[in-house]
Write a new protein. Structure first.
Lengths: 171, 102
């Protein structure tokens, strides 16, 4: 059962990503990006990270996608469509990616030779003893991780001010 | 098809990261480069959540919340830069930006 779920969700994520990277129209790319992000959110929920899964769908498939659509509507679409859509360096880039895949695969293989990968343990039951996923995350965020939490909120404020300044008429 | 282990999730995340890297390196449109960057962020998040599931420890989930926040900030700044560049240079292809070229 969880095998079917995993392979279906993986196909959705990877297919959405491939279609996003390869489609010529920017609006189609955004739609495929939503497909991929919703797949990632579903994967998080199957990994018993319900809170992060819902945050993923709300922030990515909600906020970020709308931001991208706004900007795509602001720039001139007809002009973009007529232009060549691949960079000059595409052949070295593809070779580099093949090297990256080989490197990651080798590292995974070498790591699994040293020590066997861990088997699934029940995060669910551990969490349920502590009151559930969202409650535990909220507790940890406001006690153990209070400093990073505050720092990241300052980062969001800085990003907001910076984005408003950058998008002004005259810089 | 054996049981789904940690290596399956690591492979999925590596594949998603490679797709995102191809998008960053190959496409000319700067908006699509930013979108591919988001794909790579998602690949990192899959790793964090999967490891947090297989070694029961909530820290991975909390760290991925911080990653999502930083990604949102990065998109806001990046799209602001795209708008400013489009206004000043009337171009959205990465190889047409050469303001820093000596």
């Amino acid at each position: 059962m969880d095998q079917i779920a995993f392979y279906t969700i993986s196909a959705i994520i990877l297919g959405g990503g491939l279609a996003m990277v390869s489609s010529r129209s920017l609006v189609h790319s955004v739609i495929w990006m939503v497909v991929s992000f919703v797949g990632v959110g579903a994967l998080f929920i199957t990994l018993s990270a319900e809170f992060v899964g819902v945050v993923q769908i709300m922030v990515y498939a909600g906020g970020i996608v709308v931001l991208f659509l706004f900007v795509i509507m602001l720039v001139n679409l007809d002009e973009v469509r007529r232009m060549e859509y691949l960079h000059r360096q595409w052949l070295p880039a593809v070779l580099l990616i093949c090297l990256l895949i080989a490197e990651l695969g080798f590292m995974m293989w070498a790591g699994s030779q040293d020590s066997p990968l861990p088997t699934p343990e029940q995060l669910d039951t551990t969490l349920r003893g502590m009151g559930g996923n969202t409650e535990t995350i909220g507790m940890a965020l406001y006690t153990q991780f209070i400093l990073p939490f505050e720092v990241v909120s300052v980062l969001l404020l800085v990003a907001m001010v910076g984005a408003i300044y950058l998008a002004k008429k005259h810089i | 098809m054996g049981a789904i282990g940690l290596s399956h999730y690591l492979l999925l995340s590596a594949a998603l990261f490679a797709i995102g890297a191809i998008g960053v390196l190959v496409r000319r449109n700067v908006i699509l480069v930013l979108m591919s960057l988001e794909l790579m962020f998602n690949a990192a998040n899959i790793n964090l959540i999967a490891v947090s599931y297989f070694r029961p420890d909530l820290t991975g989930q909390i760290f991925s919340i911080f990653t999502i926040t930083v990604a949102a900030a990065e998109v806001a700044i990046g799209l602001g830069l795209v708008i400013a560049l489009f206004r000043n240079k009337d171009a959205i292809n990465v190889d047409e930006f050469n303001l820093l070229k000596g």
